[in-house]
Design a protein around this ligand. Sequence first.
Ligand SMILES: [Zn+2]
Length: 189
Amino acid sequence: MIPIVRRHVKITTTAVLGFPFRCWSCHLATTAHVKAEGVGTSTTAYISPNQDAATKEAQAAMHANARKAFDFCLCPRCGAPSQVTLQAIEAWDRAYPGGRRVRKTAILLVGTGITVALALACVVTMMLTPTEGMSAMDMLLGPAVCGVGIIVLLGGLATLIPYMASISPPRPILATRNPTTVWFDPPTP
Ligand SMILES: [Zn+2]
């Protein structure tokens, strides 16, 4: 048997990229420099790892990271947040109207409603169950214990699952300063 030899290569690329910057608020025009890093990996069996693919991946990741840092940077002169930042906040507010609290309340109400409905269904079932040959205790205790268990379980699940699913990504925050990896040329005349 030939053992499978897996080779792994990881490439990290760092560079400073330039972006033309123009402030929508004070109309400052300059060049932004962004220092960014990107990581690329490649894993292969038998043949030597694909260095080219890993390098390409690292460079693409580096460009994407630099672009993202640039898109969210503040104007170095007037401190205005970028249009991208404002749009991201606007999009978040549209996707999660009222923020997280409203959704939490809505889900808790629905969860409670389902629990109450299950409890009613259980009571009705108990009332309709034939009672011949059973003592009063049998009639109450058995179904009650099993009913409560099922209700709590189903009601809890009905609340928990949508609650977990509703956890929203954090609202984009307005930075108060640019990261040290972003700097600007003096204004172009
Ligand atoms: Zn500005």
